[in-house]
Design a protein around this ligand. Structure first.
Ligand code: ZN
Length: 443
């Protein structure tokens, strides 16, 4: 018997957590946060600690596993993480310890988790670093294998649980980038071999399944960035904002800027955490990365220096969603001793994640930048999520018996179900709609 129970990450994006029960042995896949609710929660607090766990659950920031833990907690054999995005791992320091089981992720993901656990002063978690392409026996009934996949953060994996019924694959999140600029391309060979052995269930991130065609490679953004930086007039200081966890993107910005004779600076607390994890796991070289500045005074001092040398710097910073309190918001609202103006350019190497809060924040930031006469370039970006044709390719390649679209909400899930129909999947027989709080049992 295989049972798949959805805690979060199905009815809407965020708070990813799924339990896979194989004849009584349970593996939990991901334990993430609802990022919007986390930002709200952080707004009211200076510091979040383990004592806030109940409040975090009550406020919908992290998954509610209380009833499940009481009834089935002892049967949980492992907690497995696919990648280091906060909507997939942030809840681990708060929820994982009570299960007394190993917490397994690829090396970069585990480094991020160690930093997160240290931030909230949680110790004693049993982390296991497992490379892609290797296996780990979780119990008599389940063996774990991580298969290398591309996304928008280093060391992303598809979680493969080998069982006597065939493999259960938890694929949140993914895209098929055959020309990644950091790390390897997807391990098609291994995926094909697993498909040959037989796949029972595929749980598939559907964030962009409603986008026709293919998601472009990160190497395309590299070219776009080079173009935009080159075309920015050489008397302007450039601020580029992107996702802190997107190490490949940050590395590309550094390399391009230096090639074009600009020095690079990095500002922001979350930039510091992710670049540290990437250096520690050797995805990037410390010597080739600038120190990340976080403290206000330090940033002010650096900015004074930058102001006197227009056209010489590229500054990589946080704040691409217009988030209050991030560097770019503070800069645009005059909270640093640097007045933005016509001699500055801001490049958004990102896309607005369309939540009401982000849309509002971003349009306020946009207005502020326009009023200051700043040169703005937007959407110099490609997504880390697969488009419709990649979904078709992966279904064709893996041929799972059962297909469960996840990570996107009902509107994306229903596009996934429609796409599945084209590929021969039949609703409630071989394709299934699973929403948060629901479970599906395969006898
Ligand atoms: Zn992700």
């Amino acid at each position: 018997m295989i049972k798949v129970k959805a805690f979060g990450g199905y009815s809407k994006i965020g708070k990813s957590m799924t339990a896979v029960d194989v004849d009584g042995d349970i593996v939990i896949c991901d334990m993430g946060a609802d990022i919007e609710k986390l930002v709200d929660f952080e707004d009211d607090k200076n510091y979040i600690s383990i004592r806030d766990t109940e409040a975090l659950i009550e406020n919908g920031v992290i998954p509610d596993d209380r009833k499940f833990f009481e009834e089935d907690g002892k049967r949980v054999k492992a907690i497995v993480l696919t990648h280091g995005h906060l909507d997939h791992v942030w809840a681990v320091p708060f929820l994982a310890a009570k299960y007394h089981c190993p917490i397994i992720g690829t090396p970069f993901t585990i480094k991020v988790l160690e930093h997160l656990a240290r931030n909230v002063k949680v110790g004693g978690l049993r982390f296991i670093s497992l490379n892609t392409g290797t296996k780990y026996k979780i119990s008599q009934k389940t063996t774990l294998e991580f298969v290398n996949i591309t996304h928008s953060i280093p060391n992303s994996a598809m979680t493969v649980l080998h069982t006597e019924y065939g493999a259960v694959i938890y694929a949140n999140d993914w895209k098929l980038d055959d020309n990644p600029t950091l790390g390897k391309k997807p391990d098609y060979e291994r995926l094909e071999a697993i498909a040959k052995e037989g796949i029972h269930t595929l749980i598939l991130d559907s964030t962009n399944v409603d986008q026709e065609g293919y998601t472009f490679s990160e190497s395309v953004v590299r070219t776009m960035l080079e173009d935009v930086i080159k075309k920015t007039l050489d008397n302007k200081t450039i601020f580029i904002t992107t996702f802190s966890s997107h190490i490949a993107r940050i590395k590309n910005i550094i390399e391009i800027s230096r090639k074009l004779n600009r020095q690079v600076l990095i500002f922001g607390r979350s930039m510091a955490m992710y670049t540290k994890a990437a250096i520690e796991t050797k995805f990037i070289e410390k010597a080739k990365f600038p120190e990340v500045a976080m403290k206000r005074e330090q940033i002010n001092n650096i900015l004074k220096y930058v102001r006197d040398r227009p056209g010489k710097y590229v500054i990589i910073c946080t704040g691409h969603q217009g988030e209050k309190g991030a560097f770019l918001d503070k800069l645009a609202t005059g909270q640093y001793e640097y007045r933005l103006g016509n001699e500055d350019a801001v490049i958004f190497s990102s896309r607005v994640i369309p939540t009401p809060l982000n849309i509002a924040n971003r349009s306020m930031l946009q207005n502020a930048l326009e009023e200051l006469n700043v040169n703005v370039a937007d959407n110099v970006h490609v997504s880390g999520h697969a488009s419709k044709n990649e979904h078709k390719l992966i279904l064709k390649m893996l041929k799972p018996k059962h297909y469960i679209p996840s990570h996107g909400g009902m509107d994306k899930i229903s596009v996934g179900i429609e796409m599945g129909k084209e590929m021969g999947y039949e609703l409630n027989k071989t394709s299934h709609i699973l929403l948060d709080g629901q479970e599906i049992t395969f006898e």
